[in-house]
Design a protein around this ligand. Structure first.
Ligand code: AMP
Ligand code: MN
Ligand code: MN
Ligand code: MN
Length: 288
C-alpha cells in the first residue's frame, strides 16, 4: 500500500454534523473511487458499526475513525483517531465526557444570538441535529441559512460563530494528552487534523507538535480539504521534521455544503509515510 492509494480518512455523517447517513457515505465513497475509507464523526463513535458494515457491503476497506475536540493554548484543535477498537471502554467514556458540555454551550450560543435579535436558534439547531447529544455550530449555521439570516453556512461562521462574533461561546474541550491516550490505549493512531486551520504562532505550533508526539501521537493530516496546495507542501515538511506519518482526508460533510468531494484530493507526496502503512493490521477488509 502506497502513497497513491485513494484513501479518504476524514468525513462526517448524521451521527455528528454531516447530512448523509454512514450507509450513504460508504456508497458515495465507493462511487467516487475511494479505496480505503474512515468515518470520523466529532466526539462520537456511535456510527462506527454501521460504517464498517456498509463499507464491507460495498467492497470498501475500512478503518475505524473519530475526530476529538481538544483545547490547546486556548484554541480548539481536532485530533483524528484511526484504527482503534471501538468497544474500548475508556475511549467510549472519554468521548462521552467530551460531548457532555455541548447542550449547555448550545443554549449559551442561542442566548447570545437572541441578544443580537436572532431568536429560536437552540430549537432550530436541534431540528438539524441527527444526534441530539451532538449539537454543533454547523447545525446552528444550517438553521440560520434556512431562516435567511445568511446566504450560506460559511457566511454564518464568518459573521456569527467564530471567535469574537456574537454567537461564539468559549468552550473547554478535552486535554490533548487525554485524547491521544484514549486513541492509543484503544490500539489506534492519533493524527493532528488540518493543522493549517489553527491560528497559532510558530512557537505555539511547535509546542503543539512537540507535546502531541510526546504523548504518543503519530500522524498529521497533510492533504485535507482544509489545506491549500502550498499548505500540503509546508505540512509535508512538518511531517518529516517531526517524524510523523501523513494522512489524507476530504473532511466531507454534505453534498450541498462541502467544497471537497470524497476521494477527490491529490495523492499524498510520495516521500511521506502514509498512516495506512502503519495501520495495515487494523484495516477491515470486505469478505471475498
Ligand atoms: P463545533 O464542534 O460545534 O465547534 O463545530 C465545529 C464544526 O463547524 C467543524 O467541524 C466544521 O464542520 C464547522 N466549521 C468550523 N469553522 C467553520 C468555518 N469557518 N466555516 C464553515 N464551517 C466551519
Ligand atoms: Mn464538522
Ligand atoms: Mn475538524
Ligand atoms: Mn472534520
Amino acid at each position: 500500500m502506497n502513497a497513491a492509494l485513494n484513501a479518504d480518512l476524514h468525513c462526517h455523517s448524521v451521527v455528528s454534523d454531516g447530512t448523509l447517513t454512514p450507509e450513504e457515505l460508504a456508497t458515495r465513497a465507493k462511487t467516487q473511487g475511494v479505496q480505503l475509507w474512515s468515518l470520523t464523526d466529532h466526539d462520537e463513535i456511535g456510527g462506527q458499526a454501521r460504517a464498517a458494515a456498509a463499507a464491507a457491503a460495498c467492497g470498501l476497506d475500512y478503518l475505524t475513525g473519530v475526530e476529538i475536540s481538544v483545547t490547546f493554548l486556548h484554541q480548539t484543535v481536532h485530533i483524528v483517531g484511526l484504527g482503534f477498537d471501538a468497544t474500548h471502554l475508556p475511549l467510549i467514556q472519554g468521548l462521552e465526557q467530551t460531548r457532555g458540555g455541548r447542550s449547555q454551550r448550545a443554549q449559551d450560543m442561542s442566548n447570545d444570538l437572541a441578544r443580537v435579535g436572532i431568536q429560536g436558534t437552540f430549537e432550530g439547531a436541534l431540528k438539524y441535529a441527527g444526534n441530539p447529544n451532538l449539537i454543533s455550530r454547523t447545525h446552528f449555521a444550517r438553521f440560520m441559512v434556512e431562516t435567511g439570516v445568511c446566504k450560506d453556512t460559511y457566511e454564518v461562521f464568518r459573521k456569527y460563530l467564530t471567535e469574537g462574533k456574537p454567537g461564539f461561546v468559549e468552550h473547554r474541550w478535552a486535554h490533548l494528552k487525554d485524547a491521544v491516550h484514549w486513541i492509543r490505549d484503544a490500539g489506534g493512531m492519533a493524527v493532528i487534523a488540518h493543522p493549517a486551520r489553527y491560528k497559532f504562532s510558530a512557537n505555539e505550533e511547535f509546542a503543539l507538535f512537540t507535546e502531541f508526539k510526546g504523548h504518543g501521537g503519530q500522524g498529521v493530516e497533510v492533504v485535507t480539504g482544509s489545506h491549500s496546495a502550498a499548505e500540503y507542501l509546508s505540512y509535508a515538511d512538518t511531517a518529516r521534521e517531526f517524524g510523523l506519518a501523513a494522512s489524507r482526508g476530504s473532511d466531507f460533510h454534505s453534498p450541498e455544503e462541502s467544497r471537497t468531494e470524497l476521494g477527490a484530493l491529490p495523492a499524498l507526496p510520495a516521500s511521506l509515510t502514509p498512516v495506512w502503512t502503519l495501520l495495515a493490521d487494523r484495516i477491515q477488509h470486505p469478505a471475498l
